[in-house]
Design a protein around this ligand. Structure first.
Ligand SMILES: Nc1ncnc2c1ncn2[C@@H]1O[C@H](COP(=O)(O)OP(=O)(O)OP(=O)(O)O)[C@@H](O)[C@H]1O
Length: 598
């Protein structure tokens, strides 16, 4: 996308936020820009009137002229001061509005992306970079830089008009004077930016190393595996590599700034000599004062103008990342118009379902076919990496099968309205979230619109066994969980899992999918939870991924997956009779619970 489009988008965003403020900012910027030229004229007039008064031998008839110029200088200074304050105010308010709007848009974008964007290393990297670099202040900076560019340009043009009206060659020299030092500065800025841009991946690695040594999440392993020194060493090595490059660049910058800056000084001095000669010719002493002031203004504005161009370029690249993020395609997975059935009669069927993760070659599921009859509980078992969670992701439509079909009541699942389908699914994944929020949210998020309904939250907690944990907390359902915020209560792994399970039960959905929901819960509590779950949700159709066979055996049907293929299915008794893979795994686990000599 070209920069013109960027600019139009930013202008539109700002305009939509506050058209009056944008207009006011533009007007104020133009007004602020011409102040230096006016002040230049006034300085020249002030010196000239005073000089004329002295030449005339006293204030006398020149008194009123001196007073008038004095009052004008005062008025312009007050005006310039007030304009400056107003400019700053408008700029800050627009920045605040823009940061808020962009921050919100970035979050919204995050919620609209597909799981695939988060799970593929390539797109995740892109997404994270865009999220990290995309702040509203970058956009605002681009806007401010552009306005700043316009302001300096107007200042230089208006000051030039005054200078050229006095003396052509002095004007040319004064305007040339800032160029050499600004070029040196620009070159350095561009080089530094290129280097930093190329360091993006290394910077993230540094950030990660710091993260590992400074968060509660990694503290235990870092301390007990004694990784601290290793991590600090890796950090130091990387920073030293940066330092070497930066030092070389800074040295070269100093040399070039020294040489080019000298050239700027020489041109300014030349301009001053010319100005003195010209004043001696014209006798207009006021202009000499004006030239002296102009050298300062042009040096500052010219420098800002040229360096501002480099900043503009740099910010434009960052802003491109943000717009790239905004333009990423959303929600490729779409639903149809079909309403979700009032009651499930047939259930769900996986028909020859195959799947390969995007950007990979391996077929993770290979023509898997089975049914999940309405009102039944089906368990999925299989070794790590067999494809169980992938099946859950397909059923919940986080991914689309690359082959075959999933049918709900005999109709392809993609024909159902996606939002409605998801509303009718109660799901908990093995990597569930431990929300650092009150218990009410942790459970109520399962059905956000009933979050305030304590009776309902309590029923869900009772079903998962989380109620006994909540009873011990001082604020009950309003108690804060986790350690990140004040008065938070940290739970054990199993307790967190019961809370997460309550979240899935909160929804009272006709289809419940539990992906290893009880891995951290002790066997006794687990059996109890499932018995209760089956009695509460006996009409729901559920899919249960589990490793513990004591849980699995309560299912109406068990599906055994191996290397992405369905290898066996049946009830616990049927599979045991079959004496195949399930029986082998069951016996293996059962043997683990037996004393060695019995
Ligand atoms: N996002 C992904 N991109 C590419 N491959 C993936 C992705 N997620 C999982 N896989 C691969 O798919 C295969 C099946 O993974 P899946 O998570 O479905 O296994 P699982 O049976 O649930 O295992 P576990 O019991 O360990 O949870 C594995 O080989 C895994 O490496």
């Amino acid at each position: 996308m070209n920069s013109k489009n960027h600019w139009l988008r930013i202008a539109k965003m700002l305009w939509d936020l506050s058209p009056l403020r944008v207009l006011a900012l533009i007007v104020v910027t133009v007004a602020v820009s011409v102040v230096p030229a006016v002040q230049l004229q006034l300085t020249a007039s002030a010196v000239q009137t005073v000089a004329d008064a002295i030449t005339a031998g006293g204030v006398g008839e020149h008194g009123s002229a001196v007073l008038a110029v004095g009052l004008l200088i005062l008025a312009v200074s007050v005006f310039a001061h007030l304009l400056g304050v107003w400019h700053g105010y408008l700029d800050s308010v627009l920045r605040l509005h823009l940061s808020t709007a962009v921050g919100e848009e970035v979050m919204r974008k995050g919620t609209r992306m597909d799981l695939q964007d988060y799970e593929s290393a390539d797109s995740y990297d892109k997404l994270q970079r865009a999220f990290q670099e995309s702040s509203g202040s970058r956009i605002h900076q681009l806007f401010t830089d552009t306005l700043g560019f316009a302001r300096e340009l107007i200042t230089i043009l208006s000051v030039s008009a005054v200078l050229f009206s006095w003396n052509f060659w002095v004007a040319v020299l004064i305007l040339l004077s800032p160029i050499p030092s600004a070029i040196a500065q620009m070159w350095y800025g561009k080089k530094m930016y290129e280097i930093e841009y190329g360091r993006a991946a290394d910077r993230r690695r540094l950030f990660y190393l710091q993260y590992l040594t400074t968060t509660d999440h990694s503290f235990k392993e870092v301390r007990l595996f004694q990784l601290g020194e290793h991590l600090i060493g890796a950090y130091r090595d990387q920073v030293r590599r940066f330092l070497k490059v930066d030092r070389d660049l800074t040295r070269r910058q100093s040399v070039s700034l020294g040489v080019f800056g000298l050239l700027s000084v020489l041109i300014s001095a030349g301009a001053l000599v010319f100005a003195m000669l010209s004043t001696m010719e014209t006798g207009r002493l006021g202009e000499l004062a004006g030239y002296l002031q102009a050298i300062g203004i042009v040096q500052a504005s010219g420098h800002s103008l040229l360096v501002g161009v480099a900043n503009l370029f740099e910010n434009k690249l960052f802003v491109s990342n943000l717009f790239e993020l905004f333009d990423l395609p959303e929600r490729q997975i779409r639903g149809g118009n079909r309403a979700f059935p009032a009651k499930l009669r047939q259930g769900i069927e996986f028909r020859d379902v195959s799947f390969t993760y995007p950007g990979t070659e391996d077929q993770v599921l290979d023509r898997v076919s089975f049914t999940l009859p309405a009102g039944n509980c089906v368990a999925l078992v299989g070794q790590n990496g067999a494809g169980k969670t992938t099946l859950v992701k397909l059923l919940t439509r986080l991914y689309e099968p690359t082959g075959g079909q999933i049918l709900l009541e005999g109709v392809p699942i993609e024909e159902y309205d996606l939002e409605e389908l998801r509303r009718n699914l109660g799901v908990i994944f093995q990597d569930y979230i431990k929300y650092e929020l009150p218990v009410r949210d942790n459970i109520g998020f399962g059905q956000i619109e009933h979050r305030a309904d304590t009776a309902r939250v309590r029923r869900a907690a009772e079903a998962s066994g989380a109620d006994s944990i909540v009873d011990t907390l001082p604020d009950g359902y309003d108690a804060m969980l986790g350690r990140h915020f004040e008065n938070g209560h940290q739970l054990s792994g199993g307790q967190w899992q019961k809370v997460a399970l309550a979240r899935a039960f909160m929804r009272a959905a006709p289809i419940v999918v539990l992906d290893e929901p009880t891995a951290s819960i002790d066997a006794e509590a687990e059996t109890e939870i499932f018995q209760r779950f089956r009695s509460i949700a006996d009409s729901s159709t559920s899919l249960l991924v589990a490793h513990r066979f004591s849980t699995v055996r309560i299912a109406d049907k068990i599906i055994v997956i191996e290397g992405g293929k369905l290898v066996e299915q049946g009830t616990h008794a049927e599979l045991m009779r079959l004496g195949g893979h399930y029986a082998y795994l069951f016996n293996l686990q059962a043997a683990g619970y037996q004393p060695e000599h019995t």
